[in-house]
Design a protein around this ligand. Structure first.
Ligand SMILES: [Mg+2]
Length: 390
């Protein structure tokens, strides 16, 4: 069975003014995604999603990746990934068993595009087998604990916002600690104290700094927050300073999480060798699709590092993340966005199965298990411009 067509469709969902959250990244005015479709000669269509600028992803798929996938059998998913990753040297790379990555494909938007194509290949492969994707990977569970990811409210309002997530049934919640209007440790401590009041002592509380602090400030903040029983401190410093992150980790009892901005197992290898993290957060639509994220999961497990996939985007990205969570033994929790994300909730005919206790359950349908609503492509037509305004 051969792949006959690979297409990329840029999509957007504008955020209405009343739902625009403000963080250090700016004010979110829309969400973007690129839908990837892989079609076989039997007429099956697999779907994937890529992070990165949609028109750029589309150009990469149209001009480079599509031709490398057409004619391949989706059952050879590892081969298709290696072909995209190694580019013109794919043949010698596989014959000799040595990675010979194409110079521009190792990281960045090209790897995001590769990730999207890989997810779609896995979807169509599992559809062909007639089993859910996580069964094709080898299932270890059929449900996973979810955590509510949000927490933008300023000052004492964090009490109500985070308390609201706990009231929905989530046993773990995450808040942002760097606001749109700057950062100060006293303000941050005040917000975290308010959040802890709101959720009580028995709900796990995580904090996320979006990789925006200096090492010394991150350490100072971590120490000030230790008394609030923080389950993890996410991206304390820039992902370009793994050594700095390791320094933060050595300086606090709070576990350190990161990985949403990293690419492939090689970025995670560096984090692991430096002992820079306790929880790895690769994004399936950025780090290398299903194929590479399972390698990352295996690698992190050798360091006793657990997996909490970053899952912030379209429904396709979330669906793929569910299957990753069900097939990686060291995955303990999955991100469930609390942001305004119509492309997550209004893209498919089928609903995500998220229970009252916050647990996320896998679909029992073949492949990813989700089909696009008839009006989806029209409704989420791409809108040019940045996702954030500052
Ligand atoms: Mg994050």
């Amino acid at each position: 069975m051969k792949i006959v067509r690979v297409t990329a469709i840029p999509m957007s969902a504008p955020v209405p003014p009343e739902n625009r959250h403000r963080t250090d990244l700016g004010t979110k005015v829309k969400s973007d995604a690129t839908l990837i479709q892989v079609e076989t000669e039997t007429g099956l269509i697999g779907i994937g999603a890529a992070l990165g600028s949609p028109p750029v992803v589309k150009a990469i798929v149209d001009h480079e990746l599509a031709a490398e996938c057409v004619g391949e059998d989706p059952m050879f998913s590892e081969r298709i990934f290696e072909k995209m990753y190694n580019g013109s040297r794919a043949k010698p790379a596989l014959e000799r068993g040595v990675t010979q990555a194409n110079e521009s494909r190792r990281r960045g938007v090209v790897m995001e595009a590769i990730s999207g194509v890989d997810i779609a290949v896995w979807d169509v492969k599992a559809q062909t087998l007639g089993i859910p994707l996580y069964h094709a990977l080898g299932a270890v569970r059929s449900s996973v604990r979810g955590y509510a990811s949000g927490g933008w409210a300023p000052g004492d309002e964090a009490e109500q916002e985070l308390g609201g997530y706990a009231a929905k049934g989530f046993s773990a919640v995450k808040m942002r600690v760097v606001g749109r209007d700057g950062f100060s440790i006293p303000n941050c401590v005040r917000r975290v104290a308010a959040a802890r009041r709101g959720i009580g002592p028995n709900v796990e509380l995580m904090i996320d700094a979006h990789g925006s602090l200096e090492v010394a400030v991150a350490i100072k903040l971590a120490r000030a927050l230790e008394q609030y029983d923080i389950a993890w401190f996410e991206e304390p410093v820039t992902p370009d300073d793994h050594a700095g992150q390791a320094e933060v980790r050595r300086s606090t009892i709070i576990p350190i999480a990161s990985g949403e901005r990293e690419f492939t197992r090689f970025d995670f290898q560096d984090l692991l060798e430096r002992r820079a993290l306790d929880i790895a957060q690769p994004d399936v639509a950025r780090a290398g699709g299903i194929t590479e994220i399972r390698r990352i999961a295996a690698l992190t497990s050798t360091y006793g590092v657990r997996l909490a996939p970053h899952a912030w985007g379209s429904g396709v990205l979330f669906a793929a993340s569910i299957h990753v969570a069900m097939a990686a033994p060291n995955c303990h929790i999955l991100e469930v966005t609390q942001g305004h994300m119509p492309m997550m909730w209004e893209l498919f005919n089928e609903k995500f199965d998220i229970r009252k206790d916050g647990s996320v359950h896998a679909p029992d349908r073949p492949g990813l298990g989700f089909t696009l609503r008839a009006d989806a492509l029209d409704k989420f037509r791409y809108v040019d411009g940045p996702e954030y305004e500052f």
